[in-house]
Design a protein around this ligand. Sequence first.
Ligand code: ITT
Length: 199
Amino acid sequence: MELWIATGNKGKLSEYRLLLNEIVDLKVHHQGEIASFTPRPEDGKTFLDNARIKAKTLRAVKNDVWVLGEDAGLEVEGLNNLPGIHSARYAGPKASDSENVAKLLKMMTLKPMQNRNAQFVCTTIVYTPSGEEWVFTGQMKGKIASKPAGLHGFGYDPVFIPDGQTQTLAELGDGFKTQHSHRAQALKAFLEKWRSTQA
Ligand code: ITT
C-alpha cells in the first residue's frame, strides 16, 4: 500500500513516519516529493474544510493511491478556543513556531486568566484509491504552561502539558505523542478501518 501524506510540515511528517513505521508493506510518501506540487490556501472555516482542501489537492495529482490530509490546531478555553484553525499562522502569515508560542503566552497575560485549559484537535481525511472519503478525529486535553520547556516535537509542544502529566509535550518526547496525541488517535482510527477492509 502507498499512503501519500498531504503536509508540508516536517514535524507532522516525522510523527507520521514514527506512527506508521511498523506497518509492513506500507510505503509513506509526502507532497514534497512532487516537484510541481503547489498547496492550495487553507481558507476553510473549519478543521474539516481545511483537511479536505489539503487531501483533495494532493489527490488531484495522485488519484490511484491512498491520500491523507489533516488539519490540526490548539484550542485554548480562556481565549475563546483560539488559535484554533489559525494555529499555524497565529502570529502572522509566515510566523515561526516560537513566534506563535510567544504570541499565545502574551495573549494569556493580557487579561488575568485562571483558565489555562486547552486541547489539541485533529481532523483527518483519507481518500481511498477509489475515491471514497473517510473522516477521523482525535483530541488531547491539557493546559498551557506559563513558559516554554523542552526540545522535542514542534508547534505549541513546548507549552502544552497533557492532562495527568507535569511536563510539556516537548519534554515528554515522541514516545508520549505516539501513544496519546490527537494525531495518533485519528490515525489509529484510520488504521482500524483500513485493516477491517483488508480482512
Ligand atoms: P500542513 O497544513 O502542511 O499540514 P501546517 O503546519 O500548516 O502544515 P496545520 O494547518 O494543521 O498544519 O496547522 C497546525 C498548527 O497547529 C501547526 O503549525 C502547529 O502550530 C499546531 N499544531 C498542530 N498539531 C500540533 C502538535 O502535535 N504539536 C504542536 N503543535 C501542533
